[in-house]
Unconditional design. Structure first.
Length: 57
């Protein structure tokens, strides 16, 4: 599921974009991550096998 999270991060803030400094990259990453809504993340990582991990406990 983390691959889908990174895909969403790239889509929201890194697609076809060049940065001048590493600090600019880090700031953009922070902004994008903080802007991800809880429900969006849940929908991205919602897989049957991950649900089974938590339901079996």
């Amino acid at each position: 599921p983390i691959e889908q999270v990174w895909k969403e991060i790239r889509k929201r803030g890194f697609k076809n974009k060049a940065f001048r400094t590493l600090e600019d990259v880090m700031n953009q990453l922070q902004d994008v991550i903080q802007g991800l809504e809880k429900e969006v993340i849940k929908s991205i990582v919602n897989r049957r096998w991950t649900r089974m991990l938590f339901e079996s406990r």
